[in-house]
Design a protein around this ligand. Structure first.
Ligand SMILES: Nc1nc2c(ncn2[C@@H]2O[C@H](COP(=O)(O)OP(=O)(O)OP(=O)(O)O)[C@@H](O)[C@H]2O)c(=O)[nH]1
Ligand SMILES: [Mg+2]
Length: 157
């Protein structure tokens, strides 16, 4: 299987008074890709952190990502915590109330979703769209200076 650091997709959400086009980077959660994550969340208007409601470790991992986003993401980034696999209620290990209280304390959105039956997936994007600022300021991108390779300068003169 080919493993990639991230996949790109787009999704448009129509609200009553605005249309929001999401440009979504789905980053791989594996530890070995962790150092690449800032490339994707830097300058992002929103971030969705997904955990598995049947797996407490994944909830702990999600909290560490929320912390990282709060420390190193855009100061206005909208963070949404998604408790996925909500269709597996009988195997639930992370209480809804616990995750919801954590989200409230941290001022972030929280919703339980199921990618299997699509429950609440659209609603999550609608909630994020509603929370985004109406007239987003274009983020100032850093310029990348173009410098000659070191080798060339060293051999010169
Ligand atoms: N029952 C159920 N299974 C799910 C749901 N979402 C994902 N899965 C299953 O969980 C497994 C992992 O799903 P992935 O989409 O690969 O998870 P991921 O978090 O993107 O994994 P990485 O990209 O490796 O970080 C797969 O077997 C999915 O079929 C869900 O909502 N319900
Ligand atoms: Mg994945």
């Amino acid at each position: 299987m080919i493993s990639r650091a991230a996949a790109f997709l787009t999704q448009t959400v129509a609200l009553d008074d605005a249309t929001v086009k999401f440009e979504i980077w789905d980053t791989a959660g594996q530890e070995r890709y962790r150092s690449l994550a800032p490339m994707y969340y830097r300058g992002a208007a929103a971030a969705i952190v997904v955990y598995d409601i049947t797996n407490p470790d994944s909830f702990a991992g999600a909290k560490s990502w929320v912390k990282e986003l709060q420390r190193r993401g855009d100061p206005n980034v909208v963070i949404a915590l998604a408790g996925n696999k909500a269709d597996l209620e009988s195997r639930r290990k992370v209480p809804f109330e616990e995750a919801n209280a954590y989200a409230e304390e941290n001022g972030i959105l929280h919703m339980e979703t199921s990618a299997k039956n699509a429950n609440n997936v659209k609603s999550l994007f609608v909630e994020i769209a509603k929370t985004l600022p109406k007239d987003p300021q274009q983020p100032e991108r850093e310029a990348f200076p173009i410098t000659p390779p070191r080798e060339e300068t060293r051999n010169c003169c």
